[in-house]
Design a protein. Structure first.
Length: 138
């Protein structure tokens, strides 16, 4: 069995944003030479997310609105912010959207269902963050 590791770097200029990272993951899979196995993609920060969904602009706007309703950016609402932080909402948003995804690799391709794409979700942006791609298989 082979293993391949790659990091992606992001610096989202806004506090919240979504980036389709499917092309970068597909490129990593190609570089790995792995034809059958599993591909893990995870956010390496506790205020960011990796998730799978449709690449549709209206849906992304819905995510932003829905997440803001669930956990509004209002530093006075969160006990976490008593430490001097202002990102208590970002931790909650990350929990809802998830830390990572695992996609099957079949015949050298990501084995997606219809419309599925991989996204990086940022909830406390304006600084450098990493995403890990780890592919194992043969």
């Amino acid at each position: 069995m082979k293993s391949y590791r790659k990091e992606l770097i992001f610096n989202i200029p806004e506090r919240v944003g979504f980036v389709n990272i499917t092309p970068q993951v597909q490129e990593a899979l190609k570089d790995s030479g792995i034809r059958e196995g599993l591909c893990l993609v995870n956010a390496m920060h506790i205020t960011a997310s990796v998730f799978i969904n449709d690449d549709e602009h209206g849906l992304h706007q819905d995510f932003r609105r829905w997440l803001e309703e669930l956990a509004p950016y209002n530093p006075s609402l969160y006990k976490h912010n008593n430490t001097g932080e202002d990102n208590g909402d970002a931790h909650l948003k990350r929990t809802v959207m998830g830390r990572e995804v695992v996609v099957a690799v079949t015949e050298g391709k990501l084995d997606f269902g219809p419309w599925e794409q991989i996204f990086y979700g940022e909830f406390d942006g304006k600084r450098r963050k990493r995403v890990l791609i780890k592919i194992i298989g043969e």
